[in-house]
Ligand binder design. Sequence first.
Ligand SMILES: [Fe+2]
Length: 147
Amino acid sequence: MPNDTSSLLPVHADTWSGDSPFEVVVWLPLVDCFGTKAMYLLPPIESAKFSDEFSKRGGSSSESIFDSIKTEVKWLEVKSGQVLVFDQSLPHGNRLNEETETRWSMNCRFKGVFTPYGDKKPGEFFEPITLRPASRRGMSYELPKIS
Ligand SMILES: [Fe+2]
């Protein structure tokens, strides 16, 4: 909601807390999102530079990290009916919504079934949607019985 301080998401990359880099987020806004009603993302080239300089630029708080990247982040404009697919290893977050409208959005995560899992485990956070024939075959493989 506008000026709501209870739903702020400080700058972060989900991989910093152990989420898999083999994962994308699909963000589905239910309303037009723009300006501070939306989220920001540090683009890939700027993100790589930031990662290389993290010990110098990172600082000791998420606010100091944001200060060091605030001129490089892109505020995303995503209209209702559009989706954003983004790499959650890129620094991102939101700030106080200074627009006059409330943001309503949902998000889902997608990853390869055999990629590393952090705290979000299969069967708890992730559900398999598509298992290819080679994956199903491999998962049911058993070595020949020798006794
Ligand atoms: Fe995130």
